[in-house]
Design a binder for this molecule. Structure first.
Ligand SMILES: [Zn+2]
Length: 152
């Protein structure tokens, strides 16, 4: 018998879905902070300096460049419903529950990006699955951020 230890808020959520699904969800969830570390490592390697998880900004961006007023979010494909992504397929069981939960996240993300833009920040979302496509992501990041030597 596999006992689930409630170590995070998401544990309560897992209790509502079958064990097989729970295992999959946990596996996805447990990798959730790794994409942020991967992105930060890439940015450092490119020579950028930045702040992370800036609490005073809408949505608490994973990476923030105060002088440039640019913010980057790393979104897990499942939890943030990456459009047309194979990692974002929604569970078939309790579909109403998941629809509401994931749609709420989509709406919250949208509001946070809009709020940041309203206060003069530019935003960029990196999807978890994009972290694997190294060259393309690097090109997009440097395009968005400009010269690394100009930052604080
Ligand atoms: Zn994706």
């Amino acid at each position: 018998m596999d006992r689930v230890t409630p170590v995070s808020p998401s544990a309560a959520m897992f209790a509502e879905v079958p064990e097989t699904r729970r295992r999959i969800m946990r596996a996805i969830r447990s990798t959730d902070t790794r994409p942020e570390r991967t992105l930060r490592a890439k940015l450092h390697a490119l020579g950028y300096r930045f702040r992370k998880n800036v609490a005073g900004l809408p949505g608490k961006p994973d990476v923030a460049f105060s002088r440039k007023r640019k913010a980057i979010f790393v979104h897990g494909c499942f939890w943030h419903s990456h459009a047309r992504c194979k990692n974002a397929l929604r569970p078939r069981t309790r579909s109403d529950y998941w629809k509401q939960k994931l749609d709420n996240t989509i709406e919250r993300d949208r509001r946070n990006l809009a709020k940041l833009q309203e206060i003069g920040w530019q935003t960029f979302v990196v999807w978890e699955c994009q972290l694997a496509a190294d060259g393309e992501l690097q090109r997009q990041l440097t395009g968005f951020l400009g010269n690394p030597r100009e930052e604080e």
